[in-house]
Structure formats: C-alpha cells, structure tokens
Design a protein around this ligand. Structure first.
Ligand code: CA
Length: 220
C-alpha cells in the first residue's frame, strides 16, 4: 500500500486531495502545520509527501530544509501558489523533487505522483489502458480506436483517461469535474457534458453511455 503524507492547511484542498488519492488506491494522512510534518516525516512508512509551502508557523520551505538536513530522502512534491516562481526554484534547490502550481487539476498532480513513485522504483505502473476498442498510451499520450489513431486535446485525454481507469463504473458529473477540471471549477458548469460529446464524436457514440440522473459510464 502506498502511503502519502499531505501537509496542507486549507481544508478544501485537503479533502480534494484525500478523496482523489484514496479513489486511486493510495492511503493518506493529512496534517495542517509544519511541526507535525517534520515529526511525521521521520516515520519510514510514507512513500511520498505533498507539501504546501504556505503553512501557519513553520512554513513549507522550513519543513523541507529540516527534513533534508536530517538526511531523509522521502520524495517531496511541493504545492506552490500561482506566480510563485521564486518559491518554485527555491524549493527545488532545497530538495523538493517536483512541484505543482495551484490551482491544479487532480489528474496533473496524480501524474506527477506516479512519475515520482516510478522513478523511485516502487511500482510497476500500467502505461497503456485498454477498454473495448479504445486504447490509451499514457506515456506517448496517444489514443487509438480500433486501428485508427484519434487526435485528442489535453482535456479530452484527461477525461477519457478517467473513464478508462474506471471501466463499467458510473462517474458523476461533479466527480469528473473535480477530477479533470480541478477544485476551482464552477460545479454548475456543463463543461463535462460538452466534453463527453466531443469524445463521442471522435470515438463513436457508444463509447460513453449516459446513465440518467447519475452521470456517465464507459462500458467495460
Ligand atoms: Ca496554505
């Protein structure tokens, strides 16, 4: 079981992260301040830390400095504020392994986490997904339907990947919205329906089914 330590003081982001990570099979522990993070990082049972830089009291930079000074090699993925260029460069210099700028899409964060865990040699991740006639190569970002290659935009790709990771499962609009578009998106938006239409147009009408009153499903 891969365990992720989340260090973030904003409840809304913590719950967004925990929900998404748990749905993808990770175990999570969340703390909201730097001291707890430094204490918990001693625990060898974590595989990765997601670290917000702006924390009350001891901030993320200080956490990073402290644990690296102690010689801990736990992979750290930093969350930085928009336009925090100095933060980003500084945190990488201080021993962060990667960073994601807020606001971020869940799929983007997940890709960074997977990449980091893979580099760290901890898991043999699948890189090609296949559901029915549709095949998605996550590494080359290539989509095929039968023997035809389909051009997808980044958003279409992220949405299709979400469906393909949950074949046969009904996914609610809100779930898809937060997963693919991020936590800052208006929950009343119809953008999911619009993109499902795009995918159907490109991959065939039957590729994604509407489940009335519940959401959408990609038949397994
Ligand atoms: Ca914060």
């Amino acid at each position: 079981m891969t365990r992720i330590l989340i260090v973030e003081d904003e409840d809304r982001i913590v719950s967004f992260l925990e929900k998404g990570l748990r749905a993808n099979g990770y175990t999570t522990v969340a703390v909201g301040d730097g001291d707890s993070a430094v204490a918990l990082a001693r625990d060898d049972s974590f595989d990765l830390m997601i670290l917000d830089l702006g924390l009350p009291g001891r901030d993320g930079r200080d956490v990073l400095r402290t644990i690296r000074a102690r010689g801990e090699r736990l992979p750290v993925l930093v969350l930085t504020a928009r336009d925090g260029v100095d933060d980003t460069v500084g945190s990488l210099e201080q021993g962060a392994d990667d960073y994601v700028t807020k606001p971020f899409r869940f799929e983007e964060l997940l890709a960074r986490i997977r990449l980091r865990l893979r580099t760290d040699d901890r898991g043999g991740e699948t890189t090609v997904l296949q559901v029915g006639a549709v095949q998605l190569d996550l590494r080359s970002r290539r989509a095929d339907s039968g023997d035809r290659t389909v051009e997808l935009t980044a958003r279409e790709f992220a949405l299709l990947e979400t469906f393909m990771r949950h074949p046969g499962q009904v996914l609610a609009r809100e779930q898809l919205l937060s997963h693919v578009w991020g936590y800052d998106f208006d929950p009343g938006s119809n953008v999911v329906d619009v993109y499902v239409r795009y995918l159907r147009r490109k991959l065939g009408e039957g590729t994604i089914e509407t489940v009335r009153g519940m959401g959408y499903r990609m038949p397994a």
